[in-house]
Design a protein around this ligand. Sequence first.
Ligand SMILES: [Zn+2]
Length: 410
Amino acid sequence: MKLELRGLAPGTRLGVLAGLGRSGTRAMEVPGCLLYTHCGSVPHLTHDTLDALGRLPAVTQLPLATVAEHQEVLEAFREGAAKLAGLHDTVLFCSLQDPAAPCPAGYNTSKSVSLWSAAGRIELTVPKYVAMQAAVRPDWYQSLADGDAQPAGSSLKRVRRSVERTLTHLDECVLLHQKTAELVGAELFGVVEGADVREERVRSARETAKRPVGGFVLDGFQSGVMDQALRAQLIAAVTAELPRDKPRLVLGVGRPDQVLSCVEGGVDLFEGFFPFVATERGCALCFRFAMEPDPESAVQEQNGVTEDGGSSRTEDPEHQDLQQMTRFEMNLNDRRYRDDLRPLVVGCGCYCCRNHSRAYLHHLLVTKELLAGVLLMLHNVSHYSSFFSSVREALATDRLETLKSVVLGV
Ligand SMILES: [Zn+2]
């Protein structure tokens, strides 16, 4: 794996992660987001409908929490989760927790980390964790980490313990990784912890960077646990300690405003769960990211009116939980879409917007048709992926401030 970066303004990163996967033939542009899956499948979409999306991210994310209960099946299969799920041409990243599901805190010990699967809590020691990864056979995986220390909710002593445990887990993971035949050629990513304590964040980053890791996972910055200004300061402090030539992936950040802030702080990769959580609440992503909008929508923007008839100036709290709708979405359950024959987003080229209307999606949602999730997911994944293309274009043309204004509607 090789990260080739283009020379840009200090702090920001734009480039290509090349030589990916065990064959070393795949590449992914950064900043970018991974393809989110449950147990190796994109929720709501079959392989056929997934093809309607066109070009997919080169890296697919498989949260271990969604596959852990099938460890015995994977061990018997012996060819890894990607092949079992029919993902033939992808780079598989196996993370620990599911970013779209709640993860209760307070269950980790000095020797174990709790994983929350559909079947309940699974207590993982490092040997058990590496054995699970050996069954999954990912191309990338994160090391076991104690992410329980919460900003503003944990004592300094608990935060330090979280950093210590995570480093100890990493050292053990490195040793076992080197002895595990199924993981030859896989990249182990070290996890940076430290909650909201700057010195601990810096220590965690500095110490993790000394280990033989392929990249870095930044944990504890999830939406809802800290405000944006603090997240931006801490991420800048962390990335300043990390080597320039290895990728940085942040966990649990999906909102477009928070993604842009992390990109400014030097983050390369994001989990792609945000389109899924919007779909689950019956919402379509509708935020703008075109840096040259058409003249008609520009006039509407000046008047503070968005395509869905709502105000682009509405704010929502940064501390809101993952399940709450954000200002980047429109809620198709709302009766006001009952007779609205426009596509979800005017000008969107996705399958859903080319063929169906807001009124039809509203009807599918109120009658609880499964097709609602399929069509919403197609639009939301497509919209989110185009947003990331726009982020890369903005970095390439030095217009990140323009893109921020468009996305934030200011
Ligand atoms: Zn669309």
